[in-house]
Ligand binder design. Sequence first.
Ligand code: MF3
Ligand code: CO
Length: 249
Amino acid sequence: MINLKSAREIEIMKGASRIVAEILLELRGSCRAGATTADLDRIAHDLTLKNKAIPAFKGYRGYPASLCVSVNDEVVHGIPSPKRVLKEGDVVGLDFGVIYDGYYGDAAMTVPIGEISPELQNLLDVTEQSLYRAIEQAVPGNSLSDLSAAVQRLADANHYGIVREFCGHGIGRALHEDPPVLNYVQNGKGPKIKPGLVLAIEPMINMGTERVRVLEDGWTVVTEDGKPSAHFEHTIAVTPDGPIILTRV
Ligand code: MF3
Ligand code: CO
């Protein structure tokens, strides 16, 4: 069941989402060679409490940290570790959410460490662009599949693999609400886009195969071919005039 939000609820969700955006920007600034992924998690956790918010992921289905940090061939849900040291040329997916005033905000970005190859930069650019193309489609009267098609078009044009096992989602008083937001088109047009729809849109795109597997830790999703992956996510709200990005400072 899709839970449309009132203008008042969207205002509250802006508050939660702004905290997420501010913390992600801070984390991006802390992504440097020599930092560990556990350092980033601690920063995320401390800033969340400072903002009087609750880390959304910690304890979610038993997830052990506040932040997901997914390096290179890790697609999503990488568990922070003091042993994982970032190095020049890495790409680091940061996925973060909070609960504030009873509502969730959720966003992600993939950050380069120092110089990265042009091929890798293109993967990041295309994945981020595909997110913005999808957001542009979030206008009343369109269908959900218009968002999915926008992501798929760009990924396909670059011969990248679109991760199929994970997708975006509705978001509100729960982290994951209806509808699922696929990054490829499947089974018709899907529900109509209406004012009050709030979505976390999150393309996960691989340089090589679309196929992924989960490591023995039960969380970390990696590409089957070991090639890198990118992930960008925003929480957005549909208004009568079109989409607004909530996870923005
Ligand atoms: N952004 C991710 C999602 O929407 C965050 C969930 S990860 C978990 O699924 F660790 F909380 F499970
Ligand atoms: Co999400």
